[in-house]
Ligand binder design. Structure first.
Ligand code: SF4
Length: 238
């Protein structure tokens, strides 16, 4: 699985170029999580990330090519305890996985993609309410006053996400990236749409899309993404 590799490279480059990044190893200090989502009332909120008209981006890129390389939490911009008022927000996840088997076993690949997607919606840190809009690739977060006073930070939230991803057998390494630098959030926004197009095209291919490039609505994706056309045409020969 190398379809997302250009986007992974672009994301890491943009973050490095921002000159405003802190890196943490993934340690066993995950913020305590609830079993299910928690509703935080506006009157109990200390901070809103990615809401109130601020830009917000969320995407996940899996790869098997070694580009992720290690477990890491990255923070670009202000950490939770440094934020004053509403702020832009992005959470990006880069995953190094075992081979998803998309060339040989569509069912297995489908299950793997669903399992990885499941994680995104099933991490519930205490005092950290997530509202996801899958359609617009946005993620908004409301942080409670109690959580802020108890010392919540992105390193510990990231460790909670990392633990959940690492619990999936397929996942070898994970980098969880939090961004509150407005310029960087806006710069990375187009990547979320590209990730979406790749994932949709891949899903259609695994679902048995006919190999007719001349009449295919996915052509623009295949023209841009290295390996997508080879994957589909190679798969049809198998
Ligand atoms: S290889 Fe051709 S048929 Fe297959 S998804 Fe790409 S454009 Fe469509």
């Amino acid at each position: 699985m190398r379809l997302y590799d250009n986007l992974i490279a672009e994301t890491l480059k943009a973050i490095a170029d921002s000159g405003n990044v802190r890196s943490f190893p993934v340690r066993g200090n995950a913020w305590k999580c609830n079993a299910s989502s928690e509703f935080i009332m506006a009157r109990d909120a200390a901070l809103e990330l990615g809401g109130s008209g601020e830009p917000s981006v969320n995407y996940t890129c899996p790869t098997t090519s070694g580009k992720v390389g290690k477990d890491e939490i990255l923070i670009c911009g202000r950490d939770i305890n440094e934020i004053k008022g509403d702020t832009a927000f992005a959470r990006i996840v880069l995953l190094e996985t075992e081979d998803l088997g998309e060339d040989t076993d569509s069912e297995r690949a489908f299950r793997a993609i669903r399992e990885l997607d499941f994680v995104r919606y099933h991490v519930f840190p205490k005092g950290y309410m997530v509202r996801v809009s899958a359609q617009s690739n946005q993620e908004q977060v409301r942080i409670s006053r109690d959580a802020l006073n108890a010392g919540m930070d992105f390193e510990r939230i990231g460790a909670a996400y990392a633990a959940k991803y690492k619990a999936v057998n397929l996942v070898k390494h994970v980098r969880i990236i939090f961004i509150t630098d407005r310029k960087l959030v806006e710069a990375l926004r187009p990547n979320a749409d590209k990730v979406d197009s790749i994932t949709k095209t891949l899903t259609h291919i695994l679902d048995g899309l006919p190999t007719d490039c001349g009449h295919c609505s996915m052509k623009s994706v295949c023209d841009e993404v290295d390996g997508m056309r080879e994957l589909h045409l190679g798969k049809s020969k198998n």
